[in-house]
Structures are given as structure tokens and as C-alpha cells.
Design a protein around this ligand. Structure first.
Ligand SMILES: [Zn+2]
Length: 169
């Protein structure tokens, strides 16, 4: 799977500036979605976790580069993946919450174990549901300098379509 690198300006230009092919899965786009793409925090930012979650969050948000993609190619596999992850993640969240509240309501010796189990299920549900977000499904990230949009596990078919478009112009 090739790494796809697109100039941020091309992505932000919207409809007609990207081939109608999903960059992640290589399938024909079923729709063009408006998605706010973001950059990953640099590795050194992790040191600020020691200073507390809020400080880390401020640093990450301050450094974050965003590219607004008004017409990102979105395919049937994107939709299926999102649906599947949400169908697993959201019920897990609900079960986790039930376990935590059930443990509090029960107020017995088993409560601590039940609450712990609930928190674990809650965390698992959050992780799965978060992966079903539009952004993780696209697999696209903005580069640290904000100049490019990268799809690490891109599709050959998208690259081919992109190159065809370039030679034609
Ligand atoms: Zn796709």
C-alpha cells in the first residue's frame, strides 16, 4: 500500500480537484464528504502529559494543523467500516454504563469488581466507537507543517487515477 501525499491546497479546493476514488480503499466514491482533517500531535508533545491532561491538550490543540476537505471521496467500504465499528462500539458503551450504574445501585461486595468491569467495557467501547469516526475511517492525516494531507495506507487505484488526471492537464 503506497503512501499518498496530497498538497493541502488541492484537498481544500474541493469537488473536481480529487479523483472520484476513495484514497484509502480504491473504490469508486459513492459520495463526497465534508471532513475536517487534522495532524497528529508530535511525539515530543507526550512529555507534557506529565504536566497534566489539560496542559497536554492545550499544547496539542495549539500545534494542530487542520485542512478542511469540502469534498473528500468516500466509498461504500468507508460506510460499511464506520457502520460496523459504531455497531460494536456504541452497544459496548451502553453496557459499560449499565454495569457502572448497576454496581453503584447494588452497593454490595461485588460492586467494586462490577464497576471495574464496567469501566473496562466503557473504555473498549470508546476506543472502537472512536475508530468509527469519519476521520479515522479515511486514514488521512495532515502533515506536521500543515502543507500536505497524507494517507499512510493508500490505494494504488487512487494514485493511478490521480496521475491520469495530472497527465491530462
Ligand atoms: Zn473508502
Amino acid at each position: 500500500m503506497p503512501v499518498i501525499t496530497l498538497p493541502a491546497a488541492q484537498v481544500a479546493a474541493g469537488a473536481g480537484h480529487l479523483p472520484p476514488v476513495c484514497p484509502r480503499h480504491g473504490e469508486p466514491a459513492t459520495e463526497q464528504r465534508s471532513i475536517k482533517l487534522i495532524s497528529k500531535p508530535p511525539a515530543w508533545a507526550a512529555i507534557f502529559i506529565l504536566g497534566g491532561g489539560i496542559l497536554y491538550l492545550i499544547i496539542v490543540l495549539a500545534l494542530r494543523k487542520t485542512v478542511k476537505a469540502p469534498a473528500w471521496p468516500w466509498c461504500a467500504t468507508c460506510s460499511a467500516q464506520r457502520k460496523k465499528l459504531l455497531a460494536i462500539g456504541l452497544p459496548l458503551l451502553a453496557v459499560g454504563l449499565l454495569l457502572v450504574f448497576g454496581a453503584i445501585a447494588m452497593n454490595s461486595d461485588a460492586s467494586a469488581v462490577l464497576a471495574l468491569l464496567g469501566i473496562v467495557v466503557l473504555l473498549a467501547g470508546t476506543i472502537v466507537a472512536a475508530r468509527g469516526g469519519q476521520l479515522p475511517v479515511t486514514g488521512a492525516l495532515v502533515s506536521g507543517d500543515g502543507q500536505y494531507v497524507e494517507v499512510k495506507q493508500g490505494s494504488d487505484r487512487f494514485l493511478m487515477a490521480l496521475n491520469r488526471g495530472r497527465t491530462r492537464v
